[in-house]
Design a protein around this ligand. Structure first.
Ligand code: PLP
Length: 343
């Protein structure tokens, strides 16, 4: 089976397994795990932040971040199709009493004005007060969209004027960096809190890291335990993260190249499916609205031929390239998709 459902489906290679086997470990609830500590410090330094906190999932890193920025009854602004709004099962409301309000953006592409226009800080006793804005980079459901650094800067300037905090959902910030050439330090400058995933394109089996000030991380460490995610000898997981940072960032360019190749081949079948120019990273979102086939039906046909894809909407299918998907499989996937689309 060729699996393009997500970049989370990768399995650790031999080198990563060896790094895991050799990791020095300790009890992380006592902050005694040297490998977890060094990973947190390493990623914090990479983004110019004071401290980091290892979490089992990206959702938890996002949730710890936004609860540190937004008090119960206050408002977080996010794009309509962002992961925080659509794919974290209402966690911000359930666990933190945070309300969200959203702005829609084509392909999830950030325009600072869209967010700033709907921001309402210090709204008094009648309307909800906005306290933070979340940015997703790259934008997952937008099709792996890289957020332009000039828009991030403009959002930061506007948010600062209004006294609002910015959170970065950087689950795929690695892909954004490789595609744009913008440094991690530069991305880090504009956000009070950041979450990054090690288990997407970087290929680690588990793990995300929340980044922020020492003060916010110290408080979030308490909340992580309260959520039931205080973990023990997690150096075996953190070692996979170190290995991923050492070996798997620059190679993301290959995933981007294969995603572009898929997009070009599929747009030749029907130009309304995808505009290859919008494919900047490792995600190919297919718009099936002008074809007589549903995303679910396309996924079923592909599966019968040995290709797994995601049906994320009635007419929206998603392909995600990753380190366990090579050039030969790319050619094979194109043939399967072409036949499935015209069948
Ligand atoms: C995958 C992902 C996350 C985190 O997901 P988990 O499954 O909780 O690790 C967060 N944000 C985005 C944009 C993602 O794609």
């Amino acid at each position: 089976m060729i699996d393009l459902r997500s970049d989370t489906v990768t399995v650790p290679d031999q080198g990563m397994r060896e790094a895991i086997a050799q990791a020095p470990v300790g009890d992380d609830v006592y902050s005694d795990d040297p490998t977890a500590n060094s990973l947190e410090e390493r990623i914090a330094a990479l983004f110019g932040k004071e401290a980091g906190l290892f979490t089992p999932t990206g959702s938890l890193a996002n949730q710890l971040s936004i609860r540190s920025l937004v008090s119960p009854g206050e408002e977080l602004l996010a794009e309509t199709n962002s992961h925080i709004v659509r794919a974290e099962l209402g966690a911000a409301a359930v666990f933190s009493g945070i309300t969200t309000r959203t702005w829609p953006a084509r392909n999830g592409l950030l325009k600072a004005g869209d967010a700033l226009e709907i921001a309402r800080p210090d709204s008094g006793p009648y309307l909800v007060s906005t306290t933070a804005i979340a940015v997703e980079n790259t934008h997952n459901f937008g099709g792996g969209t890289v957020q332009p650094i000039d828009q991030i800067k403009e959002l930061h300037a506007g948010a600062s004027k209004l006294g609002l905090h910015l959170h970065l959902d950087g689950a795929r910030i690695w892909n954004a960096h490789v595609a744009s050439g913008v440094s991690f330090l530069e991305y880090g400058k504009y956000f009070e809190t950041i979450s990054v995933c090690l288990s997407k394109g970087l290929g680690a089996p588990v793990g995300s890291v929340m980044l922020s000030t020492k003060e916010r991380i110290t408080k979030s460490r308490v909340w992580r335990k309260r959520y039931g995610a205080g973990m023990r000898q997690i150096g075996i997981l953190a070692a996979a993260g170190h290995y991923a940072l050492d070996n798997n960032i620059e190679r993301l360019a290959q995933d981007h190249g294969r995603a572009k190749k898929l997009a070009i081949a599929l747009s030749a079948v029907d130009s309304t499916l995808i505009d290859p120019a919008t494919v900047e990273t490792n995600i190919v979102g297919l718009d099936l609205s002008s074809l007589p086939i549903s995303a679910a039906e396309l996924a079923t046909r592909c599966k019968a031929q040995g290709l797994l894809i995601s049906a994320l909407g009635p007419k929206y299918a998603r392909l995600v390239t990753h380190m366990n998907f090579d050039d030969a499989q790319c050619d094979e996937a194109i043939e399967i998709l072409k036949k499935a689309l015209v069948a």
